[in-house]
Ligand binder design. Sequence first.
Ligand SMILES: [Zn+2]
Length: 351
Amino acid sequence: MASGDLDPPAPDAALSMEQDLDFWFADGSIVVIAEGVGFRVHMSLLSRHSPVFRDIFAIIQPTQGKELGGGGSHQGVPVVHVTDSAHGMHCLLHAMYDSRRYLTDMVPKIPFAVLAALIRLGHKYEHSDVMDEAAKHLEDYFTTDMDTWLKFCFKNRVPNFEFSAEKQADLFECVNLARLTGKTAMLPAMLYACCQLGIDDILAGGKRHSGVIERLSEQDVLLCVVGYTRLLRLSGKIVPAVVGATCAVQCQSWEACSQRMQSLRTVSYKTAGILTINALAGLEWPRRIHKFTVLNCWTGLCRACRDGLVQSYRTTQREIWDKLPSVFGFEKGELGEIWAERYTVWHENLC
Ligand SMILES: [Zn+2]
């Protein structure tokens, strides 16, 4: 951490601070002040887990009583000012004192803001356990595995965390955290989610109630712009997946089903709006093909034919999923091993 991240001690800062209710230990050996909130904690514990805190404490201890005299100490305990938010510091200390239990006790309703704070501060203070433990919950959701992704889409599985009411800003922060920590395997699913917001919103950023606007980097905005067009093109692959369908071998009512298949092909050709940025949307997705999955030509198909058609669609979906890295212009190896194993190059004329 740069020394500039520490504020110079102000003479009366310690006096005007508000004491944190959870982290004010009578035997604490250091007072950390963030956004005017003081945390009286144990230097030894913070030093044990964070080389950054260790370095900070090494600097301030010998000077205690000189540069840090008066407002620089509180009841004889040295004070250090940090530029982090009070909420962030509160979360970090919880994770340091309570270990994994802090997050696991909140599953499946871990507030996104808690995960974001732990990832950001875990990274800043070089406490990789805290950072990795929090990131794991995002990695679980912004998965590299399509079957897992489908479970979340169809609500067969719920995430371990909850986005805030400012989901747009949360999504952009997710991307920025993945970039910050180098956990790039999450980026295809994250950028896909960002694209669903539309280019206008991506360019505008996500405004928080605090007034802060969360934005993607210029580089990631460009990836989204390129990816957006490609996703629209890929979504067109659903047409051949549906119109190329034929009756299943196990069909129970071939004559009726083949007539309905024919109607389905006619409807599919005529269906405007089949192109969507949600290229991975399922057949049952309300805003996509739902309009004809309620028609007789769909519902009247025998089980075997309907399953066959869904299967054909799933194959197309899987092809699109495997193309996500190249949709967003990533090179092989940029996103880690799992994506690299099934990397496909984007060919403008073939996709
Ligand atoms: Zn059939």
